[in-house]
Design a protein around this ligand. Structure first.
Ligand SMILES: *[C@@H]1O[C@H](CO)[C@@H](O)[C@H](O)[C@H]1NC(C)=O
Ligand SMILES: *[C@@H]1O[C@H](CO)[C@@H](O)[C@H](O)[C@H]1NC(C)=O
Ligand SMILES: *[C@@H]1O[C@H](CO)[C@@H](O)[C@H](O)[C@H]1NC(C)=O
Ligand SMILES: *[C@@H]1O[C@H](CO)[C@@H](O)[C@H](O)[C@H]1NC(C)=O
Ligand SMILES: *[C@@H]1O[C@H](CO)[C@@H](O)[C@H](O)[C@H]1NC(C)=O
Ligand SMILES: *[C@@H]1O[C@H](CO)[C@@H](O)[C@H](O)[C@H]1NC(C)=O
Ligand SMILES: *[C@@H]1O[C@H](CO)[C@@H](O)[C@H](O)[C@H]1NC(C)=O
Ligand SMILES: *[C@@H]1O[C@H](CO)[C@@H](O)[C@H](O)[C@H]1NC(C)=O
Ligand SMILES: *[C@@H]1O[C@H](CO)[C@@H](O)[C@H](O)[C@H]1NC(C)=O
Length: 805
């Protein structure tokens, strides 16, 4: 049951190794077999070894099934990946697999549950079995024994065209989002309805064709619209031909090289060539002036280019950036619309600039003054382009470019009163794109009880492909609910409770909590709000009181806590750390806390109470002992034990003492941590070292509360008392009753909560009381550990089960 699991970290590590040193010689995947993300060696290789196919990491715990060039040298240009099955839907780093079914269907299954991609193929008959092979051309084919191909990767390219692969009307190339984000981007190389091969920017705000040059007609561009076969190929020597007569030879035409044609994330099409022992070179590109590629800089901004520093964007004078991280959003005006207000306007000249398209008219033979006047006559005119005597009033400033090679000037129309504050932009060569955030996929897998455990793993990552051996020692608290996956389990039945641990933004939480309007509790360290996340999960968001803790420290603690995973611990889904804000996001538990239920008139029967006692003990034992990163709760109380719909208890707020970094776990401090009145162990009061036994004490009080139905903070103690005296009162009252009441039935009847009417066993209640009294011993060494508590309670539960059986 405690199957050894390889921690993800190691998995990534070994996977990364295997990319550079692929030693696998798997050539064929037969029906009934699969390639698994869990096994780094599950890689399909072409016969000549040039290509490999397997799971490729695209982010943290996120994988795509991909084909790549086996030779690593080319990866510096990030051109090693040639195809991906699921670029827009990465799969989890565990239990995901590419599976060739007996019926001939090839499926990509995420985390053993969901099919994210399929070829929808079928074996023609039982006799001819299908197999999956990677050909020397880089084509992944699904074919039968007669070599009849029923599916091939060449028919569904992503952003790359390999030699001999056909670019057709139905299979355009689509760029990646960015260098790090492999999902579909905004650029497209495709055959248009007029049979021409074109480049299109199809962005969220603008759509425009930028290749061939939009102002040329087809014959000016050297193309024909008459051949409707719409097919283009690159041959192995570097000769590209397209049915619209577009053709080129690469600069290294004829030479022996690995080539590929890629629609890059920057919107340019390039052919990369690589031959043994050399650098990867660009042997052809579609656009030599990068700023003529559309969509780089959004509205009201201009692209500039410097051979050394590359492209960058600048806002037009009088405009400011819309989004600091994304230039495709462009710039917004710093002034009100000229149509709404009657402000006086004036023109500012910027030479060598152009905004392509969206002019209302062309006025020929026009003086500059006349041209300006024409613009001023339209309230929505934003400026003019003027060269020689041609006048173009502009209603939109799109596809901007500012470069010495541009002929003509732009005159921006701006409010007169602030004219002096608008500077002619200096060309600044800043980076174009902020680096993308890494994709992180949730790490919680199939939920089943009782199959998580801690592991100490000593792993010998042996010699790979003859390289030196690496000894890796990993001691790891296994954090997943890692139930072994059942083979042949239903793959369509997606588990609804797919959860993940991630960072939330403050704005996101503000929205999810209706602006922090639904308070559901106030507890140690913060206020709790109800929230509905964007994926419809109901959550509890705890807004922590301000601390001076640094962000990194906070993140370290949060990820430790967030990774604790136990059926009797509340699930933490994420956190937010922005500026001074620190928030934690938990699963929302419907039935509220044990405290609420004990004080509600609805009865909580004895079997439920016993289950709650045992479950919470298990949760605490887990954080104290099972996990190597042991954590003290420091605030165990009935309010912090939540009940789900089956009355399974879930301990909440564990680890907060770590996150809040409250003092008290060392001796020195004055402002020692304080739990909650009524539940606090004597150590807090007498300034003694704090160990996990403080939680045991508090747990004992909870047990007494569970049995007697009396709260240690209310009911018994109405008088003003010190913190410890209240719990003492409940404790000594029970002790007293137990000591003086001779027949067990009698004293138990006297102390037990009279409300539950159902059946109960004296023995069980007696056991609960006995355990509780042991837990609340004054001396911490006299108290049991939480796992001993679990054992003691289990003893009674087991007996109970046996009796029933
Ligand atoms: C390139 O390929 C086309 C079509 O296959 C062919 O007609 C042409 O001669 C080739 N050009 C060169 C230089 O080989
Ligand atoms: C159209 O283009 C294809 C591919 O380049 C070529 O084989 C075919 O001969 C062309 N058809 C005509 C009518 O030119
Ligand atoms: C431009 O204007 C001048 C004077 O108004 C006129 O002589 C000339 O013929 C015009 N040219 C064109 C091309 O309209
Ligand atoms: C005006 O602009 C057009 C295209 O933008 C260009 O072809 C033309 O040469 C320019 N005229 C002058 C005088 O620069
Ligand atoms: C990658 O790009 C897609 C499409 O815009 C986006 O939905 C996704 O969030 C991006 N991933 C990351 C990690 O930025
Ligand atoms: C949210 O609350 C803040 C502060 O109370 C307030 O300024 C803001 O207008 C509120 N926003 C919404 C959408 O209610
Ligand atoms: C427990 O408390 C919750 C919240 O107050 C309530 O919805 C639920 O019905 C209670 N259950 C019992 C058995 O009292
Ligand atoms: C805490 O107190 C114990 C016993 O009084 C002592 O042994 C230990 O060194 C102290 N630790 C610190 C960090 O002061
Ligand atoms: C607790 O009770 C004892 C006597 O029962 C008293 O001496 C002591 O002062 C009380 N402690 C506090 C903090 O009130």
């Amino acid at each position: 049951m405690n199957a050894m699991r390889i921690p993800l970290l190691l998995l990534c590590f070994s996977l990364a190794l295997s990319f550079s040193l692929t030693s696998s010689v798997r050539l064929t995947l037969h029906e009934g077999f699969s390639l698994s993300v869990d096994k780094p060696d599950d890689i399909l290789t072409s016969k000549d070894g040039a290509f490999s196919a397997g799971f490729y990491p695209v982010g943290e715990n996120a994988y795509c099934f991909a084909i790549w060039f086996s030779k690593p040298s080319c990866s510096i240009h990030n051109c090693a990946i040639v195809w991906m099955a699921n670029r827009d839907q990465p799969v989890n780093g565990r239990s995901s697999k590419l599976s060739l079914r007996k019926d001939g269907n090839l499926l990509l299954i995420d985390a053993g549950r969901t099919v994210v991609w399929a070829t929808a193929t079928k074996s023609s008959s039982g006799l001819s079995r299908m197999s999956l092979q990677l050909l020397d051309t880089g084509n992944l084919v699904l074919r039968d024994e007669q070599h009849i191909i029923s599916w091939q990767s060449f028919d569904s390219p992503t952003n790359t065209l390999l030699p001999l692969q056909k670019l057709t009307r139905n299979a355009p190339l689509v760029s990646s989002q960015s260098k790090n984000n492999f999902s579909s981007g905004y650029y497209k190389l495709y055959f248009d309805n007029d049979n021409l091969l074109r480049l299109l920017f199809d962005g969220p705000k603008i759509t425009s064709v930028y290749w061939p040059d939009p102002w040329l007609n087809s014959w000016q561009a050297g193309r024909t619209t008459y051949n409707d076969s719409r097919v283009a190929t690159l041959d192995p020597y570097g000769n590209f031909t397209s049915s619209d007569d577009f053709k080129f030879l690469t600069s290294d035409y004829g030479a022996e090289a690995q080539r590929r044609l890629v629609l890059d994330h920057d919107g340019n099409v390039r052919v990369y060539s690589w031959s043994e022992g050399e650098e990867c070179t660009v042997s052809w590109q579609a656009k030599s002036e990068p700023c003529t590629i559309h969509g780089i800089c959004g509205p009201n901004s201009m692209c500039t280019y410097h051979p050394k520093d590359g492209r960058s964007c600048i806002c037009a004078p009088g405009y400011e950036r819309e989004s600091l991280s994304d230039w495709t959003q462009g710039c917004k005006p710093k002034f009100n619309s000229f149509c709404d207000s009657n402000i006086e306007t004036e023109f500012v000249k910027l030479p060598h600039a152009d905004f392509h398209g969206y002019e209302t008219h062309l006025y020929k033979n026009c003086t500059l003054e006349e041209c300006k006047k024409r613009c001023l006559d339209m309230c929505n005119c934003l400026g003019i382009r003027y060269n020689d005597s041609d006048c173009f009033p502009k209603l939109k400033l799109l596809n901007g470019r500012h470069s010495p090679s541009v002929t003509g000037d732009i005159y921006f129309r701006l409010p007169k009163f602030s004219l002096s504050s608008y500077k002619i932009p200096k060309i600044a060569y800043a980076a174009l794109q902020c680096p993308g955030k890494e994709i992180v996929l949730p790490r919680t897998y199939a939920k089943t009880n009782g199959c998580w455990a801690i592991k100490i793993l000593l792993i010998f990552a042996g010699a790979m492909a003859g390289m030196e051996a690496t000894l890796v020692l990993i001691i790891c608290c296994l954090l997943y609910r890692n139930c072994p996956e059942k083979d042949g389990a239903p793959i369509d039945g997606y588990h609804a409770g797919l959860t993940g641990f991630r960072r939330f933004t403050y704005d996101e939480l503000k929205k999810a909590t209706w602006n922090f309007s639904k308070e559901i509790g106030r507890g140690s360290g913060g206020i709790v709000f109800k929230a509905v996340l964007s994926d419809c999960r109901v959550a509890a968001v705890k807004w922590l009181h301000e601390t001076n803790q640094g962000e990194n420290e906070f993140l370290a603690e949060v990820s430790t806590i967030g990774n604790l995973n136990h059926i009797n611990l509340i699930d933490m889904w994420g956190y937010c750390a922005e500026g001074k804000h620190r928030l934690l996001i938990y699963e929302f538990i419907e039935h509220g806390s044990l405290a609420e239920n004990l004080s509600s008139p609805n009865e909580l029967d004895w079997s439920k109470r016993f289950k709650i006692a045992l479950g919470s003990a298990r949760g605490l034992a887990y954080i104290h002992e099972e996990c190597l990163e042991w954590v003290l709760h420091c605030d165990v109380k009935a309010q912090n034990i939540l009940l789900d719909c089956t009355y399974q208890p879930k301990v909440a707020d564990f680890g907060l003492s770590k996150i809040l970094k409250r003092e008290g776990l060392t001796n020195s401090s004055l402002s020692r941590i304080r739990g909650t009145r009524g539940y606090m162990a004597p150590e807090w009061v007498y300034n003694m070292p704090i160990t996990s036994k403080v939680d045991v004490y508090s747990y004992g009080i909870v047990l007494l509360e569970l049995v007697t139905g009396k709260s240690p903070t209310r009911g018994l103690a109405n008088t003003e008392g010190g913190d410890e005296n209240e719990s003492k009162r409940l404790t000594s009252w029970v002790r007293e009753k137990k000591r003086t009441g001779v027949p067990t039935e009698t004293w138990i009847k006297e102390i037990m909560d009279p409300r539950p009417t159902g059946e109960f066993e004296n023995r069980k209640i007696e056991a609960l009381v006995a355990v509780a009294l042991q837990c609340v011993e004054e001396g911490r060494d006299a108290r049991p550990t939480m796992s001993q508590v679990v054992e003691m309670l289990l003893h009674y539960e087991d007996e109970d089960e046996m009796i029933r059986a």
